[in-house]
Design a protein around this ligand. Structure first.
Ligand SMILES: *Cc1c(COP(=O)(O)O)cnc(C)c1O
Length: 702
């Protein structure tokens, strides 16, 4: 599969390292990480943990040396054996794979094709499918410029940087081969000449097929279709979604993959259902039966409680592609356009969520509370007079990705044994968290906090060298202190997430952060969507405070929030803060990641938290859905919890210097959140409730 030059200089004895580098399996198997580090630590650092790039940087002599080094070989053999055994396990019995479609996949920073939570969930899902041996294939798009990068200007404004970040040779991607070289396919109806090339990323056992239009065969304007994630250009966005849905299904067909189930993660890939319909009709089913079968075999997960958060395209625009497509394949154009019309505002345009709701037998929201909200929002949408049933499957996180591997995972290995890796969703396994000695958990956590602060200092130093103004460098976290209670707030900056709720009363905040005996510091991180001016203003607001000497350098705003930084933050701060405006946080997952690392959640009762909060595993406030100004009462509740409960608990040290009361909350967070809010529990639920019945419906009559 790979170019010969890439592997010829690697000795036969250790050539398996090439396959390991090209399978993101290594990202959640710590011993595989250790192997790459041991191979060449400098290249590992220089490539920012990208083994594919690393293999190019390492001189041939180093490979020759490694192939002679008994210690390296022992580790190599062990990792390779484990990898091969994992790949060879029999899969769960399903009549065909689940094809999981999503506009973004956040698997690892070396594959920058994600923006945030939706993509991270998709990446975690594929990893879990691999762990569970659930037959699944992923389908997504490559964005050659990735998602936006933001640099904070001197005045605090985040400046968008769009740059080419994806160079196919330096990422864990390989071109898929067809019978005559690289697989390049025409996408029907989208300008007769548009072609997509299909690439493949390996997520353990799960293949992730990624499409790009940025290839020489296409005109410049068509190449641009797969340059940017979540472009605001409506026509470009529609084309992306057409390429993802229709092109994605065509790619699977060309590869001989016949999915039993389609799972649409959010509405963007919903055109896949059109192509599914066409395929069933091509196999001989009349329209109504093909429609019923498409429906019976589709799972649709909706993520936004904001009706405005769904894509609605003008009918005329959709018809430009859908019209010729329907004509070419004998599909009833008007009936299909109508499936995308919202009953409450049929003229508004083709609504991707409404279309997906009508064509999916299995629909779910991502937390119980979101389920209630979604049922309300979409109650008027019907299919053939029948109500659309929206259930809830609460999100989870992939623990082996998100629990910090060097210290925290090892601590769990020591006290929980191998059981937590084998049955992460079994609450009884986690009971033994209580047996971890306080001083050990505290020491591990303190070390993660120091690692986070050192990482932020290194980043600040780099920006200083690049010429950033001194005050900016301080605001990036140079003055953080590992002995101070540290709050973390990292997420997309947008109005409903209210990153400024903590700033509501500046005098009260100043008292908290500058308290001479029991100070608090806050680390903020996040990007705003390029078109979200309000979100950018919020970044500016936070950054100005971070630069204000009155706050003593105890407020930091960190650039470049991505999966890499997220892993440092969720393990390294002391308390994870979440303050969205209820009921707008569908689930939220960063608090789950933090809790599993022993970083308790301080959150408004929205999203997953009403299910997760036990009274002893973190802190909760508010949550009611009240119209009018909520910021005052919510901020007051937040300050009160900090002042009266969290700060005293954190600084209440025993003679051994350890805050035993606080450590009790940390343990409760790990013990109660990990088994319930992990992807193992989540994916098993999808399997039992949706994939199983849908696959059965697919197998019936082929
Ligand atoms: C987990 C994660 C998110 C989602 O977090 P929310 O709590 O849902 O806002 C976003 N971005 C990154 C990089 C993440 O790791």
């Amino acid at each position: 599969m790979r170019n010969d030059w890439e592997i010829l200089h690697i000795p036969e004895r250790i050539r398996g390292i090439v396959e390991l580098a090209h399978n993101l399996w290594w990202t959640w198997h710590p011993q595989a990480r250790r192997l790459f580090r041991a191979l060449d630590y400098q290249a590992w650092r220089e490539s920012t943990h990208n083994p594919v790039l690393m293999l190019r940087l390492i001189p041939p002599e180093r490979f020759a040396e490694a192939a002679q080094d008994p210690e390296f070989l022992r580790l190599y053999d062990q990792v390779l054996a484990e990898y091969q055994a994992d790949m060879a396990r029999p899969g769960l019995p399903l009549p065909g794979p689940v094809a999981y479609f999503c506009a973004e996949f956040g698997v690892h920073v070396s594959l920058p094709i994600y923006a945030g939570g939706l993509g991270i969930l998709a990446g975690d899902t594929l990893k879990e499918a691999s762990d569970l041996a659930l037959p699944m294939v992923g389908v997504g798009l490559i964005y050659s410029q990735g998602y936006v990068t933001q640099r904070i200007r001197e005045d605090g404004w985040p400046e968008d940087v769009h740059q080419k970040v994806l160079d196919h040779g330096a990422h864990p991607l390989e071109p898929v081969r067809g019978s005559e070289g690289p697989l390049v396919l025409p996408v029907p109806a989208l300008e007769p000449t548009l072609r997509v090339q299909v690439f493949l990323a390996h997520i353990g056992r799960v293949p992730l097929f990624l499409l790009t239009t940025d290839i020489e065969e296409n005109a410049p304007w068509d190449r641009a279709i797969s340059q940017q994630l979540y472009t605001t250009d409506l026509e470009q966005r529609l084309k992306q979604e057409w390429v993802l849905g229709v092109g994605g299904m065509r790619a699977l067909e060309a590869l001989g993959i016949r999915p039993a189930v389609l799972h649409l993660n959010e509405g963007h890939p919903a055109f896949a259902l059109l192509e599914r319909l066409r395929q069933f009709m091509a196999a001989g089913l009349p329209f109504e039966q093909a429609l019923a079968k498409t429906r019976e075999t589709t799972v649709f997960t909706t993520h936004t409680p904001l009706p405005a958060g769904t894509d609605v395209f003008p009918f005329a625009l959709v018809d430009r592609f859908l019209g010729p497509y329907c004509q070419a394949h004998g599909l009833p154009r008007e009936a299909i356009l109508e499936l995308g019309a919202h009953p409450e505002d049929p003229q508004a345009g083709f609504n991707m969520t409404v279309f997906a709701l009508r064509l999916s037998r299995h629909v779910n929201a991502v937390s119980q509370r979101h389920g209630e909200v979604a049922r309300k929002i979409w109650s008027s949408v019907r299919f053939r007079g029948e109500e659309v049933r929206i259930e809830a499957v609460t999100n989870g996180v992939h623990l082996f990705t998100w629990i910090e591997p060097l210290r925290v995972q090892r601590l769990l290995d020591k006290y929980l044994g191998p059981a937590w890796r084998e049955r992460p969703d079994d609450p009884t396994v986690w009971e033994r968290v209580r047996e971890i000695p306080d001083e050990e958990l505290w020491a591990v956590h303190q070390e993660r906090k120091e690692a986070l602060i050192a990482e932020l200092a290194a980043r600040a130093r780099k920006r200083w060298q690049e010429g950033a103004p001194a005050a900016n460098v301080l605001a990036l976290g140079s003055l953080l202190d590992p002995n101070v209670l540290t709050l973390g707030f990292a997420r997309r900056f947008t109005a409903y997430k209210r990153p400024d709720l903590l700033l509501h009363d500046l005098e009260r905040l100043k008292k908290l952060v500058t308290d001479p005996l029991r100070p608090v510091q806050i680390i903020f991180a996040g990007k705003a969507h390029p078109a979200d001016i309000e979100g950018k203003r919020l970044i500016q607001k936070v950054f100005r405070l971070a630069k204000d000497p009155a706050f003593a350098g105890r407020i930091a705003f960190v650039e470049e929030y991505d999966q890499h930084l997220a892993r440092f933050l969720v393990a390294g701060v002391d308390v994870w803060v979440n303050t969205p405006l209820p009921p707008l946080e569908a689930s939220g997952t960063s608090g789950m990641k933090a809790s599993a690392n022993g970083v308790p959640h301080l959150s408004i009762l929205d999203g997953w938290w009403p299910e997760g909060y036990t009274g002893a595993n973190g802190w909760a406030f508010g949550g009611e859905e009240i119209v009018g100004d909520r910021a005052g009462p919510d901020a007051a509740a937040l300050y009160r919890l900090l002042e009266e409960e969290i700060v005293p608990l954190y600084y209440d040290r025993g003679p051994d210097g350890i805050p035993h009361g606080f450590v009790r909350v940390m343990k409760e967070a790990i013990r109660t959140v990990s088994p319930r809010f992990c992807t193992r529990r989540m994916l098993k639920e999808y399997l039992a409730r949706f994939y199983g019945p849908a696959a059965e419906a697919w197998a019936k009559g082929g």
